[in-house]
Design a protein. Structure first.
Ligand code: FES
Length: 145
């Protein structure tokens, strides 16, 4: 038996792990990518939102992977978006955005927050946790940690 055949038989997941690691390379840092953003990058540290197809109008929001992201203005730059941890600071409820009042609210006990995350009404005692964002047109990247 050849050494390579032995290693593949003994450690089949090692080769698969190496392949997966190569696939997860960030396209934005790939020297062969020429700087083009060809699609969202899958990563456990951040979530990408495509602003060509999502969050098109002020008042639209998405709740995904613990992120609540809201388009608060029509312009196409970072200032048009707010991103929060989608965990209510009172007892962990999942937040929603109410475009009519321009407020974030928690359906569990009714806490309310401004679109900038400041506390308006309890029982929560603090405002929302703002998440770091990065403009990578056509994506807005929200850092999860
Ligand atoms: S969990 Fe949100 S107000 Fe209580």
């Amino acid at each position: 038996m050849q050494r390579r055949d032995f290693l593949q038989a003994a450690f089949p997941l090692t080769a698969l792990s190496a392949l997966c690691a190569a696939c997860q390379k960030d396209a934005a840092t790939d020297p062969n990518n020429n700087g083009a953003n060809t699609g969202p990058v899958v990563n456990n540290d951040f979530e990408d939102f495509d602003v060509r197809t999502q969050l098109l109008q002020p008042g639209e929001f998405i709740s995904r992977r613990g992120v609540l992201i809201i388009r608060i203005a029509a312009n196409n730059d970072l200032s048009a978006f707010q991103a929060f941890s989608n965990v209510c600071p009172h007892a962990g409820g999942q937040l929603q955005f109410e475009a009519a009042s321009n407020q974030v609210w928690c359906p569990v006990h009714g806490s309310r927050f401004t679109a900038a995350g400041q506390l308006l009404l309890g029982p929560a005692a603090t405002g929302l946790t703002t998440l770091r964002t990065e403009w990578r047109f056509p994506f807005i990247r929200v850092w999860l940690r």
